[in-house]
Ligand binder design. Structure first.
Ligand code: F6P
Length: 598
């Protein structure tokens, strides 16, 4: 038998074998999917999507966040969050603590005005606190805040449809300066961000920071109606508060979410009060960061500076007889986008924005939206514009960069200097490339409300998020959510946490002005079909990883902790197995709603 004839003879057999084998695998896979879907909890609803599209988020979930594919089937919504709370944490009190309040009352020309601050933290937590009917404790910083609060310093909010209690905490001028402006924003903020701004540590600021953390901890204890509330502590203003609350409410579940990056241990070591800060944070039951890298940095810092036991596999730290889970929970925005009234098509928004800023109808529009902060890379994107015009001079006159820069922390010298630098650079670039009736960069140093921002996002050809360092960055997600026309391109810094999820953006290094200039070119010349493909994918990610998932994942982990505590109290679980670090959290949590429902 020749080799050729052997080949001819066995080919059909091979083919049939391969075919048969593939059939068996397909049937097995289909059966597994059916079994999985049948066995999933009744509470879990898959979003209606074609099969191919549906599998994509599952893969991404498992790849990017280490979550189980089953969890990705949860359709996160306010209703889902309510169901989880009712099933898993019945009658649990929720207390949120943050520096910034969700509603500020200010004296204005027409009387008392209500304002919602431009804060990612506020826009993420507001829908959650509304859904859970909790209590939110925050600094009452508005000029009319005292007169609008009752004798207990409470205000029911939102004012038009009261859903939860806002408890305002009053700070003296000295406390505000030392704790907020000083230690939090001149010390911890530059310490945690790689933006090459030197942190300033003053002993007097540290005194204020400790005193204000104590004041807020007392407010938590006063507001708590039960011995076991869930306390959601927000951000770098309250590193000491978890320990202070723990001392007074030992059975509380304290979840601390750090909204900004955590530096590597060498950078962190320059903080004169590093041990106290770590000790304070480890009063938490769960400590959350946006991305795994920042969890790793934190764990490394604890390992280096505190006598503790670090369980890297279980992502937990045992310290002073208690265990703290250290997990990543990428924050997000509300979905579906509530802020875009249906009638506002992208074409409508574009006309409106061009008219408002007196721009020619044929220009391409790049937008940037942020607080005026040196971590956001605002100067860097202007340098990139300069590079772009040098390389592509045919675009002079055809591109306008509209930069919204909301004033922020403006009494601090670093922020005043940034504002000056921005003004000067914009003037220089406009003088270099501008002409009669054409200014390449329009800088608007003003606050804008969500409707105005939504119009801007929908009018834009590209949105630039060039943070030098950023925990997450919600502007990137808001832009994606606003683009229901599936057009527009996102240019996103590799150093923003959002770049871990929004992979179909054009990812840039903001320190590389010419590279970022080329990214502008790529965005401006991208065919509409490619824009659509990328935007569809981005929207899928933001839709499924929405803010309810962020809060829901933390609360489900909290529910699991509570259950374990209860088992331990009942004596049905050995103490070693009851430590939260003993098992990996995410895959298991999905089972709990189902159990509770039977
Ligand atoms: O990024 C950290 C953060 O606390 C955000 O959560 C918030 O949007 C922003 O800073 C606002 O800062 P501030 O409250 O100082 O204006």
């Amino acid at each position: 038998m020749t080799a050729d004839s052997l080949y001819t003879d066995i080919t059909p057999i091979l083919l049939w074998t391969v075919l048969g084998f593939s059939l068996v695998i397909s049937v097995a896979a289909l059966t597994t999917v059916i079994v999985l879907l049948r066995n999933r909890p009744a509470i879990v609803k898959a979003a209606p999507m074609p099969a191919a599209a549906a599998s994509a988020p599952l893969l991404r979930e498992s790849e990017k966040n280490g979550r189980s594919p089953e969890e990705a089937l949860i359709h996160w919504s306010p209703e889902m969050l309510k169901q989880i709370l009712a099933a898993e944490l019945p009658d649990t009190e929720l207390i949120v603590v943050s520096n910034r309040e969700p509603y500020v009352h200010e004296h204005g020309p027409g009387g008392v005005e209500l304002k919602v601050p431009a804060s990612g933290l506020v826009s993420a937590l507001e829908p959650i606190t509304r859904t859970c009917a909790g209590t939110w404790i925050a600094h009452g910083g508005g000029s009319a805040d005292r007169e609008t609060a009752d004798a207990n310093d409470h205000v029911m909010v939102p004012p038009d449809a009261p859903a939860y209690t806002l408890r305002r905490v009053w700070l003296s001028e000295e406390e505000y300066k030392g704790y907020y402006l000083g230690f939090a924003n001149e010390g911890l903020w530059p310490l945690c961000h790689i933006a090459f701004e030197r942190p300033i540590f003053r002993a007097a600021d540290w005194e204020c920071y400790q005193a204000v953390n104590r004041k807020f901890a007392d407010a938590v204890v006063q507001e708590a109606k039960t011995k076991r509330p869930i306390v959601l502590v927000q951000d770098y203003h309250f590193a000491l508060l978890p320990r202070l609350v723990r001392e007074q409410l030992p059975e509380a579940i304290i979840i601390t979410f750090w909204h900004i990056p955590w530096p590597n241990s060498e950078v962190f070591s320059v903080c004169p009060w590093r041990e106290q800060i770590l000790d304070g944070m480890l009063g938490s039951s769960i400590l959350g960061f946006h991305i795994q890298l920042h969890c790793n940095n934190f764990i490394e810092s604890v390992d280096r500076f505190l006598e503790s036991r670090v369980d890297r596999e279980g992502a937990a730290i045992s310290y002073g007889g208690r265990t703290t889970l250290v997990h990543s929970y990428p924050i997000s925005i509300e979905w579906p986008e509530q802020t875009t009234p249906r009638r506002r098509t992208s074409a409508w928004a574009r006309r409106r924005v061009l008219e408002r800023f007196n721009l020619r109808p044929d220009v391409k529009l790049a937008v940037g939206v942020e607080r005026l902060d040196y971590t956001k890379g605002i100067l860097d994107r202007f340098h990139a514009m300069d590079e772009f015009f040098q390389q592509h001079s045919d675009w002079i006159g055809r591109l306008v960069f509209l930069q919204i820069a909301a004033p922020s922390r403006s009494s601090l010298p670093a922020y005043q200097a940034l504002y000056q630098e921005c003004q000067t650079l914009v003037e220089e670039i406009n003088a270099r490339y501008g002409s009669e009736g054409y200014q390449p960069i329009v800088l608007i140093p003003e606050h804008h409300d969500q409707h105005e921002l939504s119009d801007l996002y929908r009018a834009a050809d590209l949105c630039v998020v060039s943070s030098l360092h950023d925990g997450m960055n919600l502007v990137a997600k808001e832009f994606v959510a606003a683009r229901d026309d599936e057009a527009g391109v996102l240019v996103l810094s590799a150093f923003a946490g959002a770049s871990r999820e929004l992979l179909e953006a054009i990812i840039v290094n903001p320190f590389d002005a010419s590279g970022m200039g080329e990214a502008f070119y790529q965005a401006l010349t991208m065919p509409i079909e490619e824009q659509r493909m990328r935007m569809r994918r981005l929207r899928e990610v933001v839709r499924s990883n929405n803010v309810y998932r962020w809060a829901g994942s933390m609360l489900m982990d909290a529910a699991r902790l509570r259950q374990r505590e209860q088992f331990r109290e009942l004596g049905s679980m050995p103490a070693s197995a009851a430590t939260p670090a003993a098992s990996p959290p995410p895959a298991r949590v999905i089972e709990t709603p189902m159990k509770a429902r039977v």
